[in-house]
Design a protein around this ligand. Structure first.
Ligand code: CMP
Length: 142
């Protein structure tokens, strides 16, 4: 079992896609083990995306990510990190496969509806950025 962090970004929330995103994760066998809605400050968005601090899109990305509420969640399942990335599709919606979240709903490479951790190391950092141990729950198999 593996855990990963996903975010329904401010564009996904304002397009009323919270349920749609979670439905796609659940239908692919992932379980939500932690969930909340947060509005990031600019500084909190900068901390979350610190690995991108030297990229040309950093200012715009962190402005966007702090522009409205997000829904953050921890997903658990077999190969959860790669599974979430498959369900989301490529960062740039023009390059995303048919049937992926970003292909179906994203406006552009920045406003791309959803985030998912890209490695075990980033999953661990990103999960602990938003959730403490008491907020992450054991789920029983059905
Ligand atoms: P995400 O998966 O959240 O990881 C970093 C984010 O930066 C990415 O999704 C996009 O929202 C954004 N991003 C990545 N590349 C670019 C780019 N070339 N131009 C603008 N935004 C980008």
């Amino acid at each position: 079992m593996e855990r990963t962090l996903s975010i329904v970004k401010p564009d996904g929330v304002s397009k009323n896609l919270i349920g749609e995103v979670i439905k796609r994760f659940e239908q692919n066998g992932l379980r939500v083990v932690a969930l909340k809605m947060v509005k990031l400050s600019k500084t909190q968005a900068e901390g979350f995306y610190a690995v991108h601090k030297d990229k040309p899109f950093f200012q715009s990305l962190t402005d966007f990510m702090s522009s409205g509420p997000c829904v953050v969640m921890v997903l658990e399942g077999k190969d959860a990190i790669s599974k979430v990335r498959e369900i989301m599709g490529a960062t740039d919606p023009k390059k995303a496969e048919t049937g992926t979240i970003r292909r179906d709903f994203a406006q552009n490479i920045e406003r791309n509806i959803v985030h998912g951790s890209d490695s075990k190391e980033s999953a661990s950092f990103e999960i602990s950025y938003f959730f403490n141990a008491l907020e992450i729950h054991e789920r029983r198999e059905e």
